[in-house]
Design a binder for this molecule. Structure first.
Ligand code: 4AD
Ligand code: MG
Length: 476
């Protein structure tokens, strides 16, 4: 162990711990406090040493002032970047600029050392790519501390928003036997021995021998079960992990991401758009109100247009236009796109961002997409070509929300299921919502990490989820 922790008698360690965030409130000025945390830096001279201590409760470090006539060299040696301490001392208004309070140390206990030759975060200023390789420690940096505190507050805001509106939080299954989006990008779940699969007489895998007696996968969306909830409880939302084995190695795709899916009976597509806009503005405002220090830090360090961009979202009404109108704007723009646009193509993020960032300069809700590029459950328009889809497109992000009014007619839905050759045996329970007391209803899905990406101004989705899962990457 580097270096050995000295054995010291501690007298007043029985003091209750104060979180560093609370030390900055001013209420404890002049009092004796006990603070605990990890050392960010240590500097000073022969007479006095300054330790910047952080316990994760705030972006701000608390300065611990150590007078060298009170501590031995042996006691201070193990205090290097990354080591963990308990400090008892007096909380006083700070002399130095940059911090409002500091602790004048009376006792220091070293919980754990961090060998300077080995601790990966010994130096400051690592790249985000480097830190991604050190995901097990990166939450100890200012940047990732800020990101994950913001992520927490956004999650809390989401529950608060829906709870205040009388929506019920519904937990939909993670292991499922249906492919909600019909996209076929599912991770299979099995207890069969993959090296020696049981086979039926015709050589197919015998799933009756599997744990559930059939083929199962991780869910790509809780929507279909969410519709069962909405057509019973009126308005529900899900908030859980979803899994997609898409090989999209982009800064906006994860194989495991969290999604919020509200689903509402008696909502048409306009009600749905109103809710989506109100919801996302609420989340952004909540973050601005509750994560001020962290957002200011990210604004200063990474992207000095972040705060303006967040405020811009609150100010402007989102543009609402149809896919057909959107395609027309893109075609007439004269812009060069990597993927050419014409009616019928799925929009790429370069197209979405052109509409949002260049053309309208604010968020856009695009509606009425061609039915062939959208899921089977969307309400069919009378033109026979489009469906009542709505995607919310955001600056820097592209699609942040995808949703629709749902097809409420049993016959139309069944026709579409047959047209797309979706196996009926998987869908009977879903069709029952249209067989028994069908109602107009709508819903949408917000990609949680895309929201966190937008609010933090980070550029890569791998930096806003603690442990990202992407193709060829599943550490821990
Ligand atoms: O547009 P999507 O695929 O819609 C659904 O899953 C519907 N069932 C939602 C609903 O109507 N209830 O996904 C919704 C959102 C996208 O807009 C995007 O923000 C996010 O989920 N998303 C992803 N986020 C990260 N990584 C991925 N691979 C994502 N795929 C979708
Ligand atoms: Mg989508």
């Amino acid at each position: 162990m580097w270096p050995p922790v000295p054995q010291v008698e501690y007298i007043i360690m029985a003091l209750k711990r104060t979180k560093i965030v609370d030390a900055f409130t001013g209420e404890l000025e002049g009092q004796q406090v006990c603070v605990k945390g990890w050392v960010r830096t240590r500097r000073g001279n022969k007479h006095i040493q300054f330790i910047a201590l952080n316990d994760g409760s705030t972006i701000h470090n608390l300065q611990v002032v150590v007078a060298l006539d009170q501590f031995s060299e042996e006691q201070l040696k193990p205090i290097t970047t990354g080591s963990s301490l308990c400090v008892v001392g007096t909380l006083v208004a700070s002399q130095g600029k940059g911090q409002s309070y500091e602790v004048q140390a009376q006792e220091i206990e070293v919980y754990g050392t961090a060998d300077p030759d080995e601790y990966p975060l010994q130096k400051k200023g690592h790249t985000l790519e480097f830190l991604r390789e050190k995901a097990h420690l990166r939450m100890r940096t200012n940047t990732f501390g800020a990101v994950f505190r913001i992520r927490h507050h956004l999650a809390f805001a989401i529950h608060k928003f829906f709870n205040d509106k009388g929506f019920f939080y519904l937990n939909t299954p993670l292991i499922t036997s249906s492919d909600a989006e019909g996209a076929g990008e599912m991770f299979q779940v099995t207890t069969l021995n993959v090296n020696d699969m049981p086979r039926t007489e015709d050589g197919k895998i015998d799933y009756t021998k599997d744990f559930f007696g059939k083929m199962t996968s991780l869910t790509v969306s809780g929507q279909l079960e969410g519709e069962l909830g909405a057509t019973s409880l009126g308005a529900i939302y899900t908030f859980g992990p979803t899994f997609r084995a898409e090989h999209s190695n982009t800064p906006r795709h994860l194989a495991e991401f969290w999604m919020i899916e509200p689903e509402m009976a008696f909502y048409d597509i306009n009600d749905n758009m109103d809710l989506a806009e109100e919801f996302i503005k609420y989340c952004v405002k909540y973050a601005l109100d509750h994560c001020k220090d962290d957002i200011e830090f990210l604004n200063k360090m990474y992207d000095n247009t972040l705060i303006d961009r967040l405020n811009g979202i609150l100010k402007d009404e989102f543009v609402r236009l149809t896919y057909t109108e959107g395609i027309k704007i893109l075609e007439e723009s004269g812009a060069k796109f990597e993927f050419p646009v014409k009616w019928g193509v799925d929009l790429q993020s370069e197209h979405e961002r052109y509409l949002v960032e260049k053309h309208f300069k604010r968020p856009v809700i695009l509606t009425d997409y061609p039915k062939d590029i959208k899921a089977f459950y969307m309400k069919q328009n009378d033109d026979g070509k489009t469906v009542r889809a709505m995607d919310v497109l955001f600056p820097q992000i592209g699609e942040i929300i995808g949703g629709s009014e749902r097809e409420a007619s049993y016959d139309k839905l069944l026709n579409r299921i047959n047209e797309l050759h979706i196996p009926m045996k998987d869908m009977w329970w879903y069709l029952d919502t249209r067989r028994f007391g069908t109602v107009p209803h709508s819903g949408f899905g917000l990609g949680f990490e895309r929201l966190v990406l937008f609010v933090t101004g980070m550029a890569n989705i791998r930096d806003v989820i603690p442990f990202p899962r992407t193709p060829n990457n599943c550490e821990f």
